[in-house]
Design a protein around this ligand. Sequence first.
Ligand code: G3P
Length: 214
Amino acid sequence: MKLFIDTANLSEIEQAASLGVIDGVTTNPSLLAKEGASLKQTIEKICQLVDGPISAEVNSEKAEEMLAEADELASLHKNVVIKLPLTQEGLKACQKLSAKNIKTNVTLVFSPNQALLAAKSGATYVSPFVGRLDDQGHEGMLLIEEIRRIFDLYGFNTQILSASIRHPNHVRMSALSGAHVATIPFKVLNQMYQHPLTTHGLEIFRKDFLSQQK
Ligand code: G3P
């Protein structure tokens, strides 16, 4: 299973990359706005920090305009993945980019049928938003399971990228539900390696080690 970091904050990306467990990065317009950062400059910098798929999202509504944006973004670095919304126009653009072997990430996916359409359009990744579904009283993880079942039944190569992850249990459940990738906020990544029993156990080991040095 691959782990991506879901942020446009360069310091967070650098720290996460130093752990050696990060395979790629996802960004979106909201994450960029939070940093007050420009899309192209930020993507270029991220590509220097992480050698893996880096998702950069288009902002146009029409397929032709998305494709023009995609050309510019894809020319920044070989690792750039074009993130497109799950709309009619996004699917048209996805199909055209797939035909040109440009990697795509179809985002804002909330149903198995949307994921099926993205896979039919040749998407490299499909991003179901588990946290936002949970927020609405639905079960985000069921969506991951159903998409995985459909993709396995028909042999689609599209990878399921579990997104909108809010806490470590979303990562655990994404792994158990068959997501190929989870994209994780920096805070959640840090929560994943912490455990009170690890901290407590280490304190005891240190104390016992020091008592032997006397
Ligand atoms: O990258 C998209 C996604 O992870 C958004 O998460 O927390 O805004 O629902 P959130």
